[in-house]
Write a protein that binds this ligand. Structure first.
Ligand code: 9MR
Length: 469
């Protein structure tokens, strides 16, 4: 059933592309649909908007489950379909956590992308100690048993992950390569094709988003596997640094698509040096938007998967010290500027597409004399809403802060970033989140939110009171 849905998406995508190309119009501006969720907009243009799902949050956090089901139409297991999880001891398979994700996806009409069968990391010790024929048999048995178990439930697999190293395009010197030689990649694909002939078979890696020695090596491997009818897609992880979407990314994905492959952004995140300023969050929004546009520009791009839901769920701070905030939602489950940019890039209603000229942009005068001062600025008003930027400036060193104000009219916050608290009523009481509460004297931080104002009035700028925590 899910495979059929994938194919239908591809057909719809073709129609939309032809129609917009014929009229010479861009999807994100002229044809902005009324869709207000990522998955609604993505369904309309026939692509996947996916997310990596964490198993313990899936089990224990209702808000997390609701957010995933509301916004995404595809999921990838962040960890539980990796070999150390699926086959921790030789011959003993543990499918329960992966089944949990598959069930959740089916209940919510989402596709499941399989990650991953053969990887040098998160493999169990027992397999790392094998070599030669024993290693080959173990690899083939793992591929066959795992793909058979989820046949019909998982539409595509990362058969091999990160098999090229970071050294000038040479194959990664992993236990797989050492134990079997370079034919192991082809053997893995042969086993995968035989196990589930209907699944799309992918290679996947990081730092291959632009044209470089590593992506060149994948291009060679892809040519060989395509000639043998063993490869269907190429996955570009896109773990990016703020402001560094490679200039050759579209050209790079297109050259793989030109081999007859599907292409997919498989693990997108954009990391920022913390604390993240408002300006950086806006740059991040542009980066996300560009990556999604690259996918929508390429007919055979099957979708974009984001590597986690909320900033606090991300692997980034654990691995890149001082970096964080790489995802679309903050830790209060609220969408960040990057979310609105992705929604717009998918053709949905991300807010105003062009800044209005008639509404004045206004700012509150900051009150003086307290431990902190706060201002609100109307950034982009539209008829029934507006985006505001807020700043908090510390007049003394702070370990947290709270800002409050009361809306004079029908304005109400619909979503916010970098603040948490009582946000949705007439009186707002908002505090810092984890990363923007500690400020030294003279330092500033920012937050933001969108409002709705159903009566169409001019967006007002209430006086804000700031109190140290
Ligand atoms: O996000 C995953 C994290 O929870 C794991 O600890 C980590 C283990 O290496 O793997 C992370 O996901 C990786 C993905 O499976 C492959 N590409 C790189 C991802 C980030 O490290």
């Amino acid at each position: 059933m899910l495979l059929t849905r994938q194919r239908r998406r591809a057909v719809i995508a073709g129609v939309v592309t032809v129609a917009t190309a014929a009229l010479g119009l861009g999807l994100s501006t002229q044809f902005a649909s009324a869709q207000t969720t990522l998955r609604g907009a993505a369904d309309d243009i026939g692509i996947d908007i996916g997310v990596a799902v964490n198993d313990s949050l899936l089990q224990n956090n209702q808000a997390y489950r609701e957010l995933v089901a509301r916004e995404f139409n595809s999921v990838t297991a962040e960890n539980v379909m990796k070999m150390e999880s699926v086959q921790p001891s030789q011959g003993q398979f543990n499918f329960a956590p992966g089944d949990r994700l598959v069930n959740f996806a089916q209940q919510n009409d989402m596709s499941v992308y399989g990650h991953t069968l053969v990887w040098h990391s998160q493999s169990p010790d027992w397999v790392e100690n094998l070599s030669g024929t024993a290693l080959r048999q173990a690899m083939e048995n793992h591929i066959t048993t795992t793909m058979n178990h989820w046949e019909g439930d998982i539409f595509a697999w990362d058969v091999v992950n990160e098999v090229v190293g970071d050294n000038n395009g040479q194959l990664r010197d992993s236990f797989w390569l050492q134990g079997m030689g370079e034919n192991y990649i082809r053997w893995a694909f042969e086993a995968a094709r035989a196990a589930d002939p209907n699944a799309d078979l992918y290679m996947n890696d990081y730092s291959i988003d632009g044209v470089n020695a590593k992506s060149d090596r994948y291009y060679q491997i892809a040519q060989d596997l395509v000639a043998r009818d063993l490869l269907d897609g190429m996955g570009f992880q896109a773990h990016l640094i703020l402001g560094q979407v490679p200039g050759t990314m579209e050209q790079n994905l297109q050259r793989f698509a030109d081999l007859g492959l599907k292409v997919r952004i498989t693990e997108l995140d954009v990391r920022i040096q913390m604390p993240a300023s408002q300006q950086e969050l806006e740059q991040q929004a542009q980066d996300f938007q560009r990556v999604v546009e690259i996918c929508t520009n390429i007919a055979d791009c099957s979708g974009v998967t984001v590597w986690g839901v909320r900033d606090g769920d991300s692997w980034v701070p654990d691995v890149f010290e001082g970096y964080g905030a790489p995802l679309l939602f903050n830790d209060n489950n609220q969408p960040k500027p990057a979310y609105h940019a992705v929604l717009e890039a998918l053709g949905g209603d991300g807010g105003p597409t062009t800044p209005p000229t008639s509404d004045p942009v206004t700012t509150t005068p900051p009150p003086t004399g307290s431990g902190c001062t706060a201002t609100l600025t109307v950034q982009s008003p539209w008829n029934t809403g507006a985006t505001y930027a807020g700043t908090v400036k510390a007049n003394q060193s702070l370990s947290g802060w709270t800002v409050t104000w009361t809306w004079p009219g029908s304005e109400r916050i619909s979503n916010a970033w970098s603040i948490q608290g009582t946000l949705s009523g007439a009186t707002v009481t908002a505090s810092n989140v984890g990363y923007n509460g500690t400020l030294s004297a003279g330092q500033s931080t920012s937050f933001g939110f969108n409002i709705t104002k159903p009566d169409g009035s001019t967006a007002s700028v209430p006086t804000v009171t700031c109190t140290p925590a």
